[in-house]
Design a protein around this ligand. Structure first.
Ligand SMILES: Nc1nc2c(ncn2[C@@H]2O[C@H](COP(=O)(O)OP(=O)(O)OP(=O)(O)O)[C@@H](O)[C@H]2O)c(=O)[nH]1
Ligand SMILES: [Mg+2]
Length: 218
């Protein structure tokens, strides 16, 4: 459940995936796309050689018609295998996850292992992996060595999660991935939090508000 008080609601969203799949790039490009009134600065906790050692954080938020402040904190985890303890800590109390896979066919094993580690770590930190809002993004579609989209779709056909394709480096698919997560998040929490009933915010208004298309900036 999100952190909550009388006037605000705060969701924690995590970009998870294998090393170098483009998690930090997703966050930086998303930051570029969001309107200035909504977003804070991206905070990067110690990167070395382009790699995340702890996490990156992007805060954003907007106000619902009821006056409720809805805040999101977007985190990335470090993908390198050695940092599993940090990944677990960042994943703790997450409300939603984007799994960023690397489309490079040479990375298929790493993708699979990272996905499994995500499921295991969710269980270890007490998250309900079967029900947590989750979106799977295949990034780096620009690579000549990318697994063809049709093949990816076929493999993930039976999976219940939205599948997105991106070239995060060019900002392509970054906003649509985030939007898919926002929709999953809204559907998961709307009822219990009275988002429509008490706060006058529909799914489309939730998405538009977060992307800075309507509403009163926080
Ligand atoms: N070709 C290509 N390269 C990309 C794309 N997105 C990111 N990259 C590159 O992949 C490398 C890793 O990107 P990051 O965003 O740092 O990856 P990360 O997942 O945060 O990596 P860790 O923090 O080490 O886990 C960088 O050199 C990026 O420029 C993409 O869509 N296409
Ligand atoms: Mg990173």
């Amino acid at each position: 459940m999100p952190d909550q008080d009388a006037t605000s609601l705060s969701f924690k969203l995590v970009y998870y995936g294998p090393a170098q799949s483009g998690k930090t790039t997703n966050l930086l490009r998303l930051h570029d796309l969001l309107s200035p009134e909504l977003k804070g600065e991206v905070m990067t906790m110690e990167t070395k050689d382009d790699r995340t050692l702890f996490f990156d954080l992007l805060p954003l938020g907007f106000r619902a018609p009821s006056g409720l402040l809805i805040k999101l904190r977007l985190f990335t985890v470090p993908g390198q295998v050695a940092h599993d303890g940090t990944r677990k800590a960042v994943l703790s109390r997450a409300d939603g996850i984007v799994f960023v896979a690397d489309s490079d066919s040479a990375q298929e094993t790493n993708n699979g292992e990272a996905f499994q580690s995500m499921a295991d770590n969710c269980h270890r930190v007490g998250l309900d992996f079967e029900h947590i809002p989750l979106v799977v993004q295949f990034n780096k579609r620009d690579l000549p060595s990318a697994v063809p989209e049709a093949e990816v779709r076929e493999r993930w056909e039976a999976a219940p999660w939205p599948l997105c394709f991106a070239v995060a480096l060019r900002g392509e698919g970054v906003a649509s991935t985030f939007e898919a997560l926002l929709r999953a998040l809204y559907r998961h929490h709307a009822e219990a939090l009275g988002l429509a009933r008490e706060h006058g915010i529909s799914e489309n208004a939730f998405v538009a508000g977060m992307l800075g298309q309507t509403g009163t900036p926080a």
